[in-house]
Write a protein that binds this ligand. Structure first.
Ligand SMILES: [Zn+2]
Ligand SMILES: [Zn+2]
Length: 256
């Protein structure tokens, strides 16, 4: 009896928290749009290589896009120090124990950045693949990062995240032969939850596969979140930010 009542109160409180969060997220989204900023909410478990991916990605886009990072963490500034070495503005968001970022903290982080000087903002969520997916931060897209060492059963365990992401980075592919990760099973389970998000199989250690991911971000910055993996061998080094020559072309199709 008592527990049922308490449960009802808890649900109401949670609903109010989510509603307040979503209202603020909508304001953040509007503000980012005014400044033509693409914001990517990176969600992964600890150890999946989120910070390594960020380091690689920023290095690849440096000089072409004006980037910034909101670095979410429960209590330490270790990741922010790593990312800070890449020469882009980084704001540390300490959640004070909470296992996910919420919109109010993101809004405070934005006030520390010069939004007129940014094209692309990475929001590195707290290392956790359960609840961060529940909280809209006003981002343009959520991106999931999973490493093959974590196992292929994650989509079934964390369906909301895999349903919400607009792209998925599968990291540590160089270690695949040393794991029990079943790639086919993983992709099949992922597709049941998410029909369209591209999957980028990469290794942040060797650099394998990163070009296609980085290129997806370029499309995302043009408002195209549905680009599937493709390459521009013929145009390598020619692409300019905000002047992307095509939409939705596939690997092997010459971009003209
Ligand atoms: Zn949480
Ligand atoms: Zn392209």
């Amino acid at each position: 009896m008592g527990s049922a009542k308490a449960g009802g109160v808890n649900i109401k409180v949670l609903r109010n928290v989510l509603e307040a969060n979503d209202q603020l997220a909508a304001r953040i989204r509007e503000r980012l749009a005014q400044h033509r900023i693409t914001a990517i909410n990176l969600i992964s478990a600890p150890g999946a290589g989120k910070t390594s991916l960020l380091e690689r990605t920023i290095a690849a886009l440096q000089g072409r896009y004006r980037m910034g990072v909101l670095e979410g963490d429960i209590a330490t500034t270790r990741d922010a120090e790593r990312v800070g070495k890449l020469g882009v503005p980084v704001v540390q968001l300490l959640t004070g124990g909470a296992c996910h970022l919420e919109a109010p903290l993101v809004e405070r982080g934005l006030s520390e950045l010069d939004l007129t000087a940014l094209d692309l903002l990475f929001i590195e969520n707290v290392g956790n693949i359960a609840c961060p997916a529940e909280f809209d931060l006003g981002e343009t897209a959520k991106v999931g990062i999973l490493s093959v060492t974590e196992g292929h059963d994650k989509p079934g365990k964390y369906p909301l995240l895999f349903h919400e992401v607009r792209a998925l980075v599968l990291n540590k592919m160089d270690l695949l032969p040393h794991t029990d990760f079943n790639r086919e099973e993983f992709l099949r389970d992922f597709r049941k939850l998410n029909a369209r998000a591209p999957v980028f199989e990469v290794s942040c250690r060797t650099g394998e596969g990163l070009a296609a991911w980085v290129h997806w971000l370029e499309h995302a910055c043009e408002g195209d979140l549905d680009a599937t993996p493709h390459s521009h061998a013929a145009l390598a080094g020619v692409l300019q930010p905000h002047a992307h020559p095509h939409r939705r072309e596939f690997s092997g199709v010459a971009a003209t």
